[in-house]
Design a protein around this ligand. Structure first.
Ligand code: SF4
Ligand code: SF4
Length: 372
């Protein structure tokens, strides 16, 4: 593999995926579909070492996620350690397991920021897409977050089922006192890729939802900042995935596998180093996995000579692999890719009878994971 000569900068962001355990079963979950086959979780001492090593390397922000990070009893201890050594600490949670005692302990530990996921404005759809009864629990978690003085940061994944509810989702966020609402259209990795044809919205749904968002932005001004992230499949250029491979993002999976991006586990032939076997600094600077798509030397045509390669870095490697079978291909979201037509057709065929197979959603569960 050709390597570019310059030494990469330090990671800015450590994502600590503490566990794949989660009480929810979201049909769009970004965890790997075979998550149940991965090894034992790192223990507390190893996480402390990982957090210290990443900070020493230069990382400034840490996200605690999963699965559901509240499933780990040592979450408060890890937050306290990260805070003490200078990390800005974020908890990324479904809210299930967040009670008064827990949030008080997290506050005492120094937790800076909480991002709460909501699935819909209605109990029916929330409970359907998560295959749980968690609507009321999430509302309670939102109240606890507000009562403890945290900014209210909500995230809602959008798809064909809840896009028609965007106005009601915004109203719900405003009622809960949201300061920030991220409306993130489903990205098709992990379980969402399994359910892609079922979750894919129509172009009309997206246009309508964006218009609704814009109307609310005008009406509410600075009271709540609303972010609307358009799904890749509806774009003509890919996003600068991870701001470039091995550039700012360092993820660590529950079993200690180090991840250059959230979905890197899905890439064939990529041997992910494990924090149990290799120091973080060596993983970041020297491992084959973190160097595999760093810089631009790995690119093929049309990216290799494209003057946009410094902007989008060729897009997402996992999307390239899933849609073309070649992880070094241009992301087919790009209209310069010879595979772009596949993306166009997937969008066009969404919901057209006879064009896509009609089948029920596959929910994230241990049984379904072990069956993959
Ligand atoms: S997307 Fe849903 S199932 Fe997956 S980790 Fe988050 S809350 Fe759990
Ligand atoms: S050809 Fe490659 S580098 Fe150029 S815009 Fe498309 S994805 Fe980006």
């Amino acid at each position: 593999m050709l390597r570019e000569p310059t030494r990469p900068g330090a990671p800015l962001w450590l994502l600590a995926e503490l566990t794949y355990r989660c009480p929810l079963h979201c049909a769009f979950c970004y965890n790997p579909v075979d998550y149940a086959r991965h090894g034992a979780e790192l223990d507390t001492d190893t996480w402390i070492e990982v957090i210290s090593a990443a900070r020493k390397l230069g990382a400034a922000q840490i996200g605690f996620s999963g699965g559901e990070p509240l499933q780990r009893d040592d979450l408060e201890m890890l937050v306290e350690h990260a805070r003490a050594i200078g990390f800005y600490t974020n908890l990324i949670t479904s809210g299930i397991g967040l009670n008064a005692a827990r949030i008080e302990r997290l506050k005492l530990a120094g937790l800076d920021h909480i991002q709460l996921s909501l699935q819909d404005s209605t109990r029916e759809l929330n409970d359907f897409v998560t295959s749980t009864r968690t609507f009321a629990l999430k509302q309670e978690a939102a109240r606890l977050i507000k009562a403890h003085g945290y900014p209210m940061v909500l995230n809602c994944v959008l798809h064909r089922y809840n896009l028609p509810h965007v106005a009601q989702i915004i109203e719900m966020a405003l009622d809960l006192g949201a300061d920030y609402l991220e409306l993130a259209n489903t990205q098709y990795y992990g379980w969402a890729m399994l359910n892609r044809d079922q979750l894919m919205p129509t172009a009309e749904q997206l246009v309508e939802a964006e218009e609704t968002v814009n109307r609310y932005r005008e009406r509410i001004g600075g009271r709540c900042k609303i972010l609307f992230v358009v799904p890749d499949y509806f774009e003509r250029r890919p996003k600068a995935c991870m701001n470039g491979w091995g550039s700012v993002f360092l993820g660590v999976a529950p079993d200690g596998a180090a991840l250059p991006c959230h979905a890197a586990r899905s890439l064939p032939g990529l041997v992910l180093p494990n924090v149990r076997d290799m120091p973080i600094s060596q993983i970041w600077y020297e491992s084959d996995a973190f160097n595999a798509f760093r810089g631009h030397a790995w690119m093929r045509e049309p990216c290799r000579d494209c003057d946009e390669r410094h902007t989008d870095h060729g897009g997402c490697r996992c999307q390239a692999w899933m849609l073309t079978g070649d992880p070094a291909a241009a992301d087919p979201v790009c209209e310069k890719s010879p595979h772009h037509e596949q993306v166009v057709q997937t969008v066009q065929f969404a919901r057209q009878p006879g064009k896509v197979e009609e089948r029920p959603l596959i929910f994230r569960s241990r049984e379904n994971s072990l069956a993959r």
